[in-house]
Design a protein around this ligand. Structure first.
Ligand code: SF4
Ligand code: SF4
Length: 71
């Protein structure tokens, strides 16, 4: 597991599930993901740009990503 939180948004990626398809990296409009060694990685410095569009969450073929917005 890998979790990052900033400005009330948490992104949790289950690295064990990730199959390295690269969809999250390709689809995230905020450029938050980066594929490394066939696993996705969250670029911490980009996390504050997440606007909770959930494109990553709904597109991941193995449901490895959960985006949590805290009130
Ligand atoms: S919710 Fe949208 S902006 Fe946030 S990490 Fe996912 S694809 Fe990127
Ligand atoms: S979309 Fe899912 S499986 Fe594909 S690289 Fe991202 S986290 Fe991994």
């Amino acid at each position: 597991m890998c979790a990052q939180e900033e400005h009330g948004v948490s992104i949790v990626v289950d690295i064990e599930r990730c199959i390295g398809c690269g969809l999250c990296e390709k689809l995230c409009p905020a450029g938050i993901y980066k594929l490394e060694s066939n696993k996705t990685r969250i670029k911490e410095e980009r996390l504050s740009y997440c606007f909770v569009c959930r494109a990553c969450e709904v597109s991941c073929p193995v449901q490895a990503i959960v985006v949590i917005e805290r009130a």
